[in-house]
Design a protein around this ligand. Sequence first.
Ligand code: 13P
Length: 334
Amino acid sequence: MTLCTLREVLDHARRGGYGVGAFNVTDIEQVEAVLDAARRTQSPVIVQTIAGASAFASDELYWDLLLRTVDHYPDVPVVVHLDHGPDAETCLRAIEAGFSSVMIDGSLDPVTHQPTTFDENIAVTRQVVEYAHARGVSVEGELGTIGGSKDGATHAEIILADPDEAAEFVARTGVDALAVAIGTSHGAYKFTSPPDSTVLHMDLIVEIAERIPDTHLVMHGSSSLPAHLREIINAHGGNLPESWGVPEDEKARSTKLGVTKINQGMDSHMAYAAAMRAALASDPLAADPAPAASAGRAAMSEIIAERMEVFGQAGRARDYTATAFRSPAAGTIA
Ligand code: 13P
């Protein structure tokens, strides 16, 4: 069993001075893509998924299959993490399913998608921390508002994190990790030109890291949006507008400034979609989706392995001694 908590994996990253990619998955072959890349590069890894965002109709069925897939990789330290849990109830569902880590995103109201107050965010985060920690599960919270769309339906404005509030938030909630809004945004449309320091506030990472040295910092919206993948998608029926993401060297730099968890969804999905669209177009008689999905899986695994080198996690599973996490549902608490 290689399921690990987020706290344990990120503590190892901090000691080793590297970052760990948290890769969003929406189907089981994508889980395989992430875990194959981790095995190939000998990386500890975080597999994360957003409730309701998978190809499955049932979260519980998808989550069960996801956790079973991890069992096939006993050599890889893996965190299974709920990304952007919108409310306490969704986080509790993921914990009951066996996830070793959850994010409670109390920065936005789950119904109106408007920013919550600081105290409202603390109240719901504290509730999830109490439940999760009693079961050995790690918790990530969010401060400030990361822009863009997490689910394709909302487009939150960016509200930068405040270092004083970060210190108070951590003291009052006890989160293991904190997503800090530093100017990045989610999705396939991020910046209209290459981002500079007026857009990406890397200095905020340093300021916040100094205030909360025992809490891990998370960079959301870290995809680079590679132009060559956009071109392949657009050459095969897509219409993605030109957009810039977070440069690779800035992501690598963030791990030296205090970030230990780097969230990436869109780059992986663009690689998958580009390969899938090209494969379908190359065979007009294609009816079985499996060969195209297989091409998508292989392309996704490739870009993730490349990112693992950039983040510094490649090779770090070699000296990693995992403390196996077992969910309460499985009978043991770590
Ligand atoms: P991207 O949209 O940049 O891939 O970010 C993913 C993310 O932050 C998920 O929480």
